[in-house]
Write a protein that binds this ligand. Structure first.
Ligand code: SF4
Ligand code: SF4
Length: 392
């Protein structure tokens, strides 16, 4: 039997937010070019599908897409900025098992400064609260931890815990997908300290799922210090991304878009087994970007389960004797930096941050053309104004 894959479907590059760590809102796709249900129908059976954007709820036909995806998998999770409360609640009414992850970048002031959405925190938080009130079963927060919001990390985790929600973390990455190359953590020890506090909170819980989350966050400390991943990256072998144009890619972390093939032009098996796909796999095998995002870390944690399982066992044993079973100084690089054996400049050089990099945003020529006369923000604002008029 063929191995089931994990897929991420980027349904649009349009976005209504203005996040400080992602410029995708400046580089939207044209709605006429975006993935159709017919193309989605060509996807294989999957273990799990993450639906993301841009902002997925900008698509008014999202319901059709989700319905089609449920013929391929039992588990669909949408990542959203949470702005379109009514659209989210409506969709959850139609698909009671649908997972929803809302990005919240900190407590109110911090979130609104980072995300740049009018009243963004209250919109996102209200959406979350309404979903919880409706007893929607699979709801959670996602937070991209950086210098500006690390101080809110544990507080947000506690809010999510009290509301009985999942809490997913990430840190800054650079890639064509984020249309960004300048993201970097400046004060690594300060940010790592907040991750350390979160790891200890998670280890103190009674939930095995949270203990493994603790390992993931331990991996984020390793990542922000620019070290090799704790586990191999097998993207493009058991995991794929598909973008709004139908381009199938290994992941969303590469500097430029890596295309294994276009699903509009062919069928899945031909694409997945093509020379072009194998050439991408060969490059991914030697990829030095060392990302640690849940999309690539979670399949690796399942595949090499004994590594995180051993780490969890050791730290749970420690937690019998101390309230702080984890220390960020378990990581040699964190000790070396504290002890002056490695400089900030040397660590910066290990990151993917590149101030002189020309980013190719991965847009089609037609989508790029529309940016010649108007900005991405103007295009999406006009698009949304049209949608609101239609709905009223
Ligand atoms: S991070 Fe997400 S919500 Fe923010 S601008 Fe990028 S695509 Fe939009
Ligand atoms: S490390 Fe993995 S997820 Fe990151 S860019 Fe390379 S292949 Fe993609």
């Amino acid at each position: 039997m063929a191995k089931k894959l994990n897929g991420t479907v980027i349904v649009t590059y349009r976005c209504n937010a203005r996040c400080s760590m992602c410029n995708r809102y400046k580089a939207p796709s044209r709605p006429e070019e975006e993935l159709t249900v017919e193309t989605i129908r060509k996807l294989p059976k999957m273990n799990f599908v993450n639906v993301t954007g841009g902002e997925p709820f900008i698509r008014q036909d999202l319901e059709d897409i989700i319905r089609e995806l449920y013929t391929k998998t039992d588990r669909v999770v949408i990542s959203t900025n949470g702005f379109f409360t009514d659209r989210i609640l409506d969709l959850c009414d139609k698909f009671p098992k649908l997972g929803i992850r809302i990005s919240i970048e900190g407590l109110e002031e911090t979130n609104n400064a980072i995300r740049g959405l009018p009243d963004g925190f209250n919109r996102g938080y209200t959406t979350l609260k309404k979903l919880v009130e409706k007893h929607h079963p699979d709801v959670g927060f996602g937070m991209t931890v950086q210098d500006r919001n690390a101080q809110d990390l544990v507080a947000l985790y506690k809010i999510s815990d009290e509301m009985g929600m999942e809490f997913a973390t990430a840190s800054l990455h650079n890639s064509f997908y984020f249309v960004e190359s300048k993201n970097i953590i400046h004060d690594r020890p300060a940010v790592a300290k907040h991750f350390e506090d979160l790891v200890n909170e998670l280890l103190r819980s009674n939930s095995p799922k949270k203990w493994f989350r603790a390992y993931f966050n331990h991996g984020l400390i390793n990542y922000i210090y620019g070290q090799p991943r704790l586990l191999p990256c097998d993207m493009s072998v058991d995991t794929f991304f598909i973008d709004p144009y139908g381009d199938v890619m290994p992941c969303n972390g590469t500097k430029d878009k890596e295309v294994m093939g276009n699903l509009k032009d062919t069928d899945w098996d031909t694409l997945w087994n093509s020379d072009q796909a194998n050439a991408v796999r060969a490059r991914v095998k030697h990829c030095g970007r060392e990302c640690w995002m849940i999309g690539s870390a979670s399949p690796a944690m399942k595949k090499y389960i004994w590594v995180p399982a051993w780490w969890v066992l050791v730290h749970k044993a420690k937690s019998l004797f101390t309230k702080h079973p984890y220390s960020m100084y378990e990581n040699k690089i964190v000790r070396d930096y504290r002890d002056g054996k490695v400089t900030k400049e040397e660590l910066d050089a290990c990151s993917t941050c590149d101030f002189s990099c020309q980013i190719d945003n991965g847009l089609s020529e037609k989508s790029k053309e529309q940016l010649e006369s108007r900005s991405g923000e103007e295009i999406v604002a006009e698009d949304l104004a049209g949608q609101m008029k239609e709905e009223n």
